[in-house]
Write a protein that binds this ligand. Structure first.
Ligand SMILES: Nc1nc2c(ncn2[C@@H]2O[C@H](COP(=O)(O)OP(=O)(O)O)[C@@H](O)[C@H]2O)c(=O)[nH]1
Ligand SMILES: [Mg+2]
Ligand SMILES: [Zn+2]
Length: 341
């Protein structure tokens, strides 16, 4: 686990414990937090009263300060007294119940978001991919496409749809889960999957994997992190209270350096907290051109006198980029379960 810059906790709250130990939250389960300290010790922790009072959600990837028993021995609990400022935060808005629009953090401090998409089974859902990309842009994370199950069908069509966005993509396949839930790299003399490219993309980065259930996130994590199997089949989290299926994310250290964060499958991705202006900001070239737009321009394909049309005219690369932006803007505006196409 890489320590944060400097050793003094930079907290939103006043640091009240000079002797606190820094660590990173790697799993959360019903009020219990699994924290890896800077020296690599795995510690179970609970929120101290002062942190509870702020009602701040602590999520996987958060950098925290611990006091109390940080030995990591069975049946010990440390207290989490402070939360360091986040560099990035992946947010999701609730989409149902009386919490519609209420945003909550999902993962903190990731710098790369990998949208994991199965080329088939389940079939790709372009609108969901677009919405997750919007969330990545909004959070200031570098997007990456990870296309799985290439042994079942080819990636060409999907790659073409994202070419204009210049989102890097890696293709993996030929992985399957053995009967014990472990990763079985190909049966009966099949070639072992080539993970070099995806490894290179994840190396030394903090990457959160997001995608529909069944696309192969956990299988990929198990292949990348050999020791992960016990901990990740169906995102099982080992806490002080034993092993549970967690509804939250889990962070695992990559053998070559870096962290990969597996998340439970998402069926929808609430973006109520993201505006079109937020999205446009991620497209710096378009954002600049849009300064010439009439007041209140929606920048949509049918917007009168949108300066983006003039900007793109006669330039295939710009046109493709504008089309991609508009497609993401449409995906962003889509609400409700309709996008679960
Ligand atoms: N054919 C094929 N199946 C895969 C591949 N990767 C994963 N699977 C299968 O897809 C199913 C879902 O995988 P899982 O990792 O649990 O998906 P998750 O819900 O995204 O974590 C399992 O039955 C895997 O064996 C692959 O590359 N090729
Ligand atoms: Mg999974
Ligand atoms: Zn415009």
């Amino acid at each position: 686990m890489r320590p944060g810059r400097g050793t003094r906790p930079r907290t939103k709250q006043r640091p009240s414990y000079d002797d606190a130990t820094a660590g990173r939250v790697v799993a959360v389960d019903r009020g219990r937090y699994r924290v890896v300290t800077t020296d690599g010790t795995r510690v179970n922790a609970v929120k101290a009263r002062e942190l509870n009072r702020t009602r701040t959600a602590v999520v996987v990837g958060d950098e925290v300060s611990l006091v109390g028993d940080i030995s990591g021995r069975v049946d010990t609990l440390a207290r989490m007294v402070a939360l360091r400022e986040r560099r990035t935060v992946l947010m999701r808005s609730a989409e149902d119940g009386d919490t519609v629009g209420v945003e909550r953090p999902v993962v903190a401090n990731a710098d790369q978001l990998a949208v994991v998409v199965a080329l088939t089974d389940p079939p790709p859902r372009p609108r969901m991919i677009d919405r997750i990309l919007v969330a990545a842009y909004d959070a200031g994370m570098d997007p990456l496409l990870v296309l799985t199950k290439s042994d079942l069908t080819g990636p060409e069509e999907l790659l073409a749809a994202y070419a204009a966005l210049a989102v890097p993509a890696v293709v993996v396949g030929g992985m399957s889960k053995g009967p014990d839930g472990g990763t079985d790299p190909g049966a009966d003399g099949e070639r072992a999957p080539d993970l070099d490219e995806v490894r290179a993309r994840l190396q030394d980065r903090v990457t959160v994997l997001v995608g529909h259930s069944g696309v192969g996130k956990s299988t990929l994590v198990n292949a990348l992190v050999p020791e992960a199997e016990r901990a990740t089949s169906h995102v099982n989290v080992v806490t002080g209270r034993g092993r549970h299926t967690s509804s939250s994310a889990v962070a695992l250290e990559l053998p070559g350096g870096g962290l990969v964060i597996d998340t439970p499958g998402v069926r929808s991705f609430g973006l109520a907290h993201v505006s079109q202006a937020d999205l446009l900001q991620a497209f710096t070239d378009l954002d600049e051109a849009a300064e010439q737009c009439p007041r209140g321009c929606t920048h949509a394909a049918d917007a009168p006198d949108c300066a983006l049309d003039a900007w793109a005219e006669g330039d295939p690369a710009r046109s493709a980029r504008l089309e991609s932006f508009r497609r993401l803007a449409v995906a962003l505006a889509a609400t409700g379960p309709a996008w679960e196409d």
